[in-house]
Design a protein around this ligand. Structure first.
Ligand code: NAP
Ligand code: HSE
Length: 432
C-alpha cells in the first residue's frame, strides 16, 4: 500500500457529535497531523436539513443531502458516521466499506446489531472500522479491550454506560428531581439519543454492553440476547430506602462468565455506596473490568456530550491517518469471535429489594414471609415505615439473600396475588 498525505474526510451527520468533529478537526489539524506531514480536509458533510442553523462554522457548499456525494467520492478516504440509528446508517457504512473507505463511527446500535458482519466486510476489503466513541463517550475503552487487556481472560464487566440515565438517577437521588425535568436537562446538554426512550428504557446500555461483552469474551453477543429493564419505574421512595440501607441505585450493565456461557443484563441495581461504581455520578460513566492478570480495573470519565465524544472520534481518525501516512493498513484485526450462549435470565441469581404497599393489619407480614419460604428464599431484612392512616396501608421493604431469578419472580407473582398486598411498588436487583 502506498503512503497517503493529503486525506479527505466525509462526515455523515452534523448534530451534537458531528459539530464537535467539524470544529476540532480543523482547529487541531496542524497539531494532530502536521508532524506526520499529513493534511486532512473535511470535503463533504451529509445532513438532513441543509438550511438548519449550525453551531459550528462550516462552508455551506460542503453540506449535502445526497449520500453518494460522501460515499462515492474517490477523494474521501475516511468516512465518519455520526448520524445514529440503524437505518440508513448501516447501509451508508456498508457502502463506504464496499467503496474502500475507512470508517469511524459512534453508532453503538449498528455496531451491536451488525458489528461482526461489518468487521468481516471491512477485513475482506482491507479497510478499518473504528468505533471508540460507541461506548463510554470520552473514555478510552474499545482500544483498552482490543490492545491493553488482550493478555487477560476477562471474567466480569460491571458498568454504568449510559450518561443520560446516570444524569437522571443522580438528580433524582441527590436533589429529589422529577424524572421528566432531569431528562429534559440531559437532552438540552446533548447527552440523550434522538429518541430518549433508547436511553431510559435501557436499549443504549444494551447496545454498549453487547459491544463490550463481545470484545471481552471474543464472542458474538447480540442485543436481543441481553436482559433489559429501564429506569422509568423508579420512584423517589426507592432512592430514600436505598440510601438508608447504604446503597445507591444505578442502571448497571453486567456481563460475566457463567457456567457454559455468559450472563448479560442491564437493569436498575442497588450497589453498596462505598463501591467506586456507586460514586459514578451525573453524565460520568464507569466501567469495572476483572481480568485474570490485571485484577480489577476501573475506567471512569464523561460518557456523553459533544466534546468527550469528539475526543474519541478524533482519536480514531488520528489512528487511521497515522497508518495511512506510514503506508500501513489500518484495517482492524480482531481475534475470531465464537458463539457463546447467554444464560437465560431465569437461571441468574442475585439478591433482591422488594417494596410493597400492604394492608396495615396483623398477620400481613406472616403471609408475605410465607411466600418467600414457599419458594425457599431467605429474607435478609424487613423495614416497615410510613403507615398511612387514611388508606390503612403501610410500606414494606424486604431485602433477600441470594436467590434465583425464577424463584424470585414466582414469589413476587404470589405476593402480588395476596389480597393484603394492593401494590408491588418496586422490585430491584442488588449487586454486592
Ligand atoms: P444528533 O445530534 O441527533 O445528530 C444527528 C445528525 O445526523 C444530524 O446532523 C442530522 O441532520 C443527521 N441525520 C440524521 N438522519 C439523517 C439522514 N437520514 N440523512 C442525513 N443526515 C441525517 O445525534 P448525536 O447526538 O450527534 O449522535 C450521533 C451518533 O453518535 C449516534 O450514533 C449516537 O448514539 C452517538 N453518540 C452520541 C453521543 C452524545 O453524547 N450525543 C455520545 C456518544 C455517541 P440534521 O442536522 O440536518 O438534522
Ligand atoms: N445517549 C448516550 C448516553 C450518548 O446518554 O450515554 C452516549 O453514548
Amino acid at each position: 500500500m502506498g503512503t497517503r498525505n493529503r486525506l479527505g474526510i466525509g462526515l455523515l451527520g452534523l448534530g451534537t457529535v458531528g459539530s464537535g468533529v467539524a470544529r476540532i478537526l480543523p482547529a487541531k489539524g496542524e497539531a494532530l497531523f502536521g508532524h506526520l506531514g499529513a493534511s486532512l480536509a473535511i470535503r463533504r458533510v451529509l445532513v438532513r436539513d441543509p438550511a438548519k442553523p449550525r453551531s459550528v462554522p462550516i462552508d455551506r457548499a460542503c453540506l449535502t443531502t445526497n449520500p453518494a456525494d460522501v460515499l462515492d467520492d474517490p477523494e474521501i478516504d475516511i468516512v465518519v458516521e455520526v448520524i445514529g440509528g440503524e437505518d440508513p446508517a448501516l447501509g451508508f457504512l456498508q457502502r463506504a466499506i464496499a467503496n474502500g473507505k475507512h470508517v469511524v463511527t459512534a453508532n453503538k446500535e449498528v455496531l451491536a446489531k451488525h458489528g461482526p458482519e461489518l468487521l468481516r466486510a471491512a477485513a475482506e476489503r482491507g479497510v478499518a472500522v473504528k468505533y471508540e466513541a460507541s461506548v463510554g463517550g470520552g473514555i478510552p475503552i474499545i482500544a483498552v479491550f482490543q490492545h491493553d487487556l488482550s493478555a487477560n481472560e476477562i471474567s466480569q464487566i460491571r458498568a454504568i454506560i449510559n450518561g443520560t440515565t446516570n444524569y437522571i438517577l443522580t438528580k433524582m437521588a441527590g436533589e429529589g428531581s422529577e424524572f421528566s425535568g432531569a431528562l429534559a436537562e440531559a437532552q438540552a446538554l446533548g447527552y440523550a439519543e434522538a429518541d430518549p426512550a433508547d436511553d431510559v428504557d435501557g436499549h443504549d446500555a444494551v447496545y454498549k454492553l453487547a459491544i463490550l461483552a463481545s470484545l471481552a469474551f471474543h464472542a458474538e453477543i447480540r442485543p436481543h440476547h441481553i436482559f433489559r429493564e429501564g429506569i422509568r419505574r423508579l420512584s423517589a421512595r426507592d432512592f430514600e430506602y436505598a440510601a438508608n440501607l447504604g446503597y445507591a441505585i444505578k442502571l448497571l450493565a453486567i456481563a460475566r462468565r457463567a457456567d457454559g456461557g455468559v450472563e448479560a443484563r442491564v437493569h436498575p441495581t442497588l450497589i453498596p455506596r462505598d463501591r467506586l461504581l456507586a460514586k459514578v455520578d451525573g453524565v460520568f460513566n464507569g466501567v469495572e473490568v476483572d481480568g485474570d492478570l490485571v485484577g480489577r480495573l476501573m475506567l471512569y470519565g464523561r460518557g456523553a456530550g459533544a466534546e468527550p465524544t469528539t475526543s474519541a472520534v478524533v482519536a480514531d481518525v488520528v489512528d487511521v491517518v497515522q497508518h495511512l501516512v506510514r503506508g500501513v493498513s489500518p484495517a482492524s484485526a480482531e481475534p475470531p469471535r465464537q458463539p457463546l450462549p447467554v444464560v437465560p435470565m431465569d437461571l441468574v441469581s442475585s439478591r433482591y429489594y422488594l417494596r410493597l404497599i400492604v394492608a396495615d393489619r396483623p398477620g400481613v407480614l406472616a403471609q408475605i414471609a410465607r411466600e418467600f419460604g414457599n419458594h425457599t428464599i431467605s429474607i435478609a431484612s424487613v423495614i416497615q415505615v410510613a403507615a398511612n392512616a387514611d388508606t390503612g396501608t403501610a410500606e414494606l421493604v424486604v431485602m433477600t439473600h441470594r436467590a434465583s431469578e425464577s424463584a424470585m419472580q414466582k414469589t413476587v407473582a404470589a405476593i402480588a396475588r395476596l389480597p393484603v398486598v394492593p401494590t408491588v411498588a418496586s422490585f430491584l436487583r442488588v449487586e454486592d
